[in-house]
Ligand binder design. Structure first.
Ligand code: SAH
Ligand code: SF4
Ligand code: F3S
Length: 471
């Protein structure tokens, strides 16, 4: 850790103390705890960032609540990858205005994350949503304690948005959402500029953490009882290229595979353009690396892929699928697909359906193209009419869902090791967890099994999850 990082870390701890004193005082006045409500929208990056925000809030003296209606501090970690993610935030802000006016005038409302990195959003907030108290972005998450302190001191709205990344502050306190599994950032940002995507604009340029920092974190998690780690990056396959001493993602996987106590390793996301033979080999050879690959295809049409700036073709993608299956028989694959990219024709769409049929995904995350201002695709001609896109989207699910069902059906009768993660929300006598191949399994079991690897025989298929019984 360099000197500057250390100083910044200490600075924030200083602010944590200042805020904690105020929070304690307020608690005494009110004769009750002060609660925070934290909502992470969007992807796993945001979910993981929120774990850090929650860790800091709890050190500041707040207690977590799942009831937004009783919260004294409300923080939304926002997403802007598609328009509906943004609309959801504005909708909730409307509700919060009412909440503050009628229920809790002292509540502090904080917004952070990707959506806040856009000028137009900030302008809208300044104009129409003046009840928001703290606004910050994706590059200065660790400054939360300082921003809260400033807000409490001045009573004014605090805006602090950076245009680029400055330093990575290591060792922030965090509250993990699960005791036995954890996410670990291996890199931040993205350099790919897929023409539809806003992430590079709101998350900045790609930068990798050093293997030393990553391994230190994984070892610490293992010592803390964590058995499964998820290595996170927008494009993990280009991990380590810009480090002082370059390391490949395959090499990193092998290092993490050596950490004692860790039993399972997952990662996301893998960009097809950079998926190397070396990585497939490392996945196959590392016993702890799950035999599951999320490989977003986006479209099956070469023409569309080119205009998406994805740098691969349908054929080269299918070749990767073939190689992965050859090296790891039984591996499951999942993907992301966008329907209705500008200029997409029925023929282009048919190519996407063909990829779905050939790849036989166990899951797919399917999206209707959403125009993002500032991206090259937003100004492309031939935006596809809404009714055409909706029709294609439905037809895609008609092809996809039976395949997902079949792929799950193939598991019935097999015995799998399931990592018991939590009790089912509907039924406390049912545990849910994931098999190595990432399939979700429900099986009867008691809470004391949570955090253990359980042998489960699969007896039924519910398309998006499996039913099993302990053996
Ligand atoms: N870095 C990851 C994806 C991050 S965003 C990758 O490259 O695979 C997650 C998914 O959101 C993308 O894979 C894409 O399918 C979808 N997405 C991104 N921008 C979108 C847009 N403008 N409209 C619709 N879907 C979009
Ligand atoms: Fe977006 Fe493409 Fe980067 Fe993924 S790789 S975050 S889709 S620009
Ligand atoms: Fe993730 Fe959404 Fe940001 S997908 S990186 S939270 S724009």
């Amino acid at each position: 850790m360099s000197h500057t990082l250390n100083t910044e870390f200490e600075r924030q701890h200083h602010y944590i103390e200042i805020v904690r004193e105020k929070v304690e005082q307020k608690k005494k006045e009110l004769g009750r705890p002060l609660y925070f409500y934290s909502l992470a929208m969007g992807c796993q990056m945001n979910a993981h960032d929120s774990e850090k925000l929650e860790g800091m809030l709890s050190e500041m003296g707040y207690e977590r609540t799942e009831e937004e209606k009783e919260a004294d501090f409300i923080i939304y970690n926002t997403c802007c990858v598609r328009e509906n993610a943004e609309l959801k935030v504005y909708g909730k802000l409307g509700w919060l205005k009412h909440y503050k006016e009628t229920k809790n005038p002292n509540a502090i409302i904080a917004l952070c994350g990707c959506m806040m990195q856009q000028e137009t959003v900030l302008a809208t907030l300044r104009q129409k949503y003046r009840h928001v108290d703290i606004v910050f972005g994706t590059f200065n998450l660790y400054k939360l304690p300082e921003l809260v302190a400033t807000c409490m001191e001045t009573g004014e709205t605090v805006y602090d948005i950076w245009q680029e990344h400055q330093e990575v502050v290591e060792d922030l306190p965090a509250i993990r959402h699960f005791p036995y599994k954890a996410s670990v950032n291996i890199m931040f940002g993205c350099n790919n500029f897929c023409s539809y995507c806003i992430v590079p604009y709101v998350r900045g340029r790609e930068r990798s953490r050093t293997p030393e920092d990553i391994l230190a974190e994984v070892r610490k998690l293992a010592a803390d009882g964590v058995k499964e780690v998820m290595l996170l990056g927008q494009n993990v396959n280009s991990y380590g290229k810009n480090l002082e001493n370059p390391v490949s993602f395959a090499e990193l996987l092998r290092m993490v595979n050596e950490v004692e106590g860790i039993e399972r390793i997952r990662f996301m996301t893998s960009h097809p353009k950079d998926l190397s033979d070396e990585l497939i080999k490392a996945m196959a050879e590392c016993d702890k690396v799950c035999k599951y690959l999320h490989l977003p295809v986006q479209s099956g049409s070469d023409e569309i892929l080119k205009r998406m700036n994805r740098h691969y073709t349908k054929e080269s993608y299918m070749e990767l699928v073939r190689k992965a299956r050859e090296a790891m028989p039984g591996i499951t694959l999942s993907t992301d697909i966008i329907v209705g990219f500008p200029g997409e024709t029925e023929e282009d769409f048919q190519e996407t359906l063909d990829v779905i049929r050939q790849s036989r995904y166990s899951t797919a995350f399917t999206f209707i193209y959403s125009k993002r201002t500032g991206t090259p695709a937003a100004t492309m001609e031939n935006q596809v009419p809404e009714d055409v896109v909706k029709d294609r989207f439905d037809r895609m699910l008609d092809v996809l869902n039976p395949i997902v069902h079949e792929v799950h059906q193939e598991q019935v009768g097999k015995v799998m090791t399931v990592f018991a993660e939590e009790t089912s929300k509907q039924d406390k006598s049912i545990l849910t967890g994931r098999a190595d191949n990432n399939m979700l399994v429900h099986f009867p079991g008691t809470e004391d099994l949570i955090g253990q690897m359980i042998s489960v025989k699969i007896i039924d298929n519910k398309t998006f999850y499996l039913i099993g019984e302990r053996i």
